[in-house]
Write a protein that binds this ligand. Structure first.
Ligand SMILES: C[S@@+](CC[C@H](N)C(=O)[O-])C[C@H]1O[C@@H](n2cnc3c(N)ncnc32)[C@H](O)[C@@H]1O
Length: 355
């Protein structure tokens, strides 16, 4: 395995996740339709929800509030139990602060929130337990990097064997994700994924920003702050799937008998930071925010194995900020996102009475 960090978000993620929030906004209609279709249990049993890849939970508060409202509209008083999951390296303290904070959905009576620290490529729940599995901007993180990307840190810039290995890893991870959710969802249960995606050319929309990051890393090697070996081992453990890579296993692959793909929509998001900059012209604020967002999402995986990583990451962030200031258009990320809604097929065995 290439030497990289885990994919956990940095501590500033909650404040610097406007781009991910934009992805979530695109999925509101899909979530509403999932909530209209999902089975709601009878006899005061809880409607069970998984939020898969929750980070600090900031962007989960709106969809979970929507979930509680929709379930209660269909069957008043139904308890709702949400499990927020992420990898063990996640900042779960930040999640619990969000869950107990003023924007939380979890203050309502009969609403229960908890967390689980385990990868979504592993089993997370007992069979048939979930009514809604929700994941936003998380499934592009891979379980591991199979080979480092030569001359770059980003999968979409990989060529040859590294590109093949990343695509293969991504396919296996996606199969694992779908397989476990197929086991865990009740019949009729809904899977809603807002997935970091790529157009058929393999591009995610953030290549310019990653190119600026690589230029800064090379500069830090020239300055003796990092070694060439350290930078060569840095690969962000992500793969943005094409629509075909997302839907293949559901339409014609191993999951076509376990899920019915109800909706799939490919969206190119505006960059909210760029939109603000073009409106207010504040280049300093734009460059600061782009670099802070990059560090929140990717800093931990790039700098985890580096001695004195905080100081080095700080130096890198300063340099990246200056590069974005010099080339603001390149810092704009127009992320591509695949929205998916699928129904778990199968018949209730009677243990899950539904509305
Ligand atoms: C960009 S954040 C998205 C967080 C949140 N869902 C949102 O919409 O803002 C991606 C999250 O996925 C998590 N993640 C990455 N790999 C994971 C895995 N194998 N299992 C569970 N979570 C994972 C990361 O730790 C991170 O918290």
């Amino acid at each position: 395995m290439a030497g990289t960090g885990s994919g956990a978000m940095g501590s500033g993620y909650g404040r610097h996740s406007a781009a991910q929030h934009a992805g979530l906004q695109a999925a509101v209609g899909l979530l509403d339709r999932a909530l209209a279709a999902a089975p709601v249990p009878a006899d005061d049993r809880a409607f069970r929800v998984a939020d898969l890849g929750c980070a600090s939970g900031t962007n989960a508060m709106e969809p979970m509030a929507r979930t509680v409202a929709a379930v209660r509209a269909r069957r008043p008083g139904t308890p709702v139990w949400v499990t927020h999951t992420d990898i063990p390296a996640n900042d779960f303290g930040a999640l619990f602060a969000t869950l107990t904070g003023p924007s939380s959905y979890a203050h309502a009576p009969g609403v229960h929130a908890c967390a689980q620290a385990r990868s979504f490529f592993e089993p997370l729940f007992p069979p048939g337990e979930l009514h809604l599995a929700w994941s936003s901007i998380a499934v592009h993180w891979l379980s591991r990097v199979p080979l480092p990307v030569e001359g770059h840190i980003y999968g979409s810039r990989a060529r040859g064997a590294a590109r093949d290995a990343l695509r293969e890893r991504s396919a296996r991870d996606w199969d694992a994700f779908l397989g476990h959710r197929a086991d865990e969802l009740a019949p009729g249960g809904q899977l809603v994924v807002v997935g970091g995606a790529a157009t058929d050319d393999g591009l995610s929309g953030a290549e310019g920003l990653f190119d600026l990051a690589v230029a800064e890393l090379e500069h830090l090697v020239d300055q003796g702050v990092l070694t060439g070996e350290q930078v060569a081992a840095m690969t962000v453990p992500t793969w943005n799937r094409t629509t075909a890579e997302f839907t293949g296993p559901l339409l014609s692959g191993p999951f076509r008998d376990r899920f019915r793909l109800e909706e799939g929509e490919f969206v190119v998001l505006d960059d909210p930071m760029w939109e603000r900059y073009t409106a207010d012209g504040d280049l300093e604020a734009y460059a600061d925010e782009v670099a802070a967002s990059f560090m929140a999402a990717f800093g931990p995986s790039l700098f985890a194995g580096i001695p004195e990583s905080a100081a080095t990451a700080g130096r890198f962030a300063e340099g990246l900020t200056a590069r974005v200031r010099d080339r603001p258009e390149e810092g704009a990320a127009r992320w591509r996102v695949q929205l998916l809604r699928a129904t778990r097929l199968g018949h209730s065995d009677g243990t899950h009475a539904v509305a």
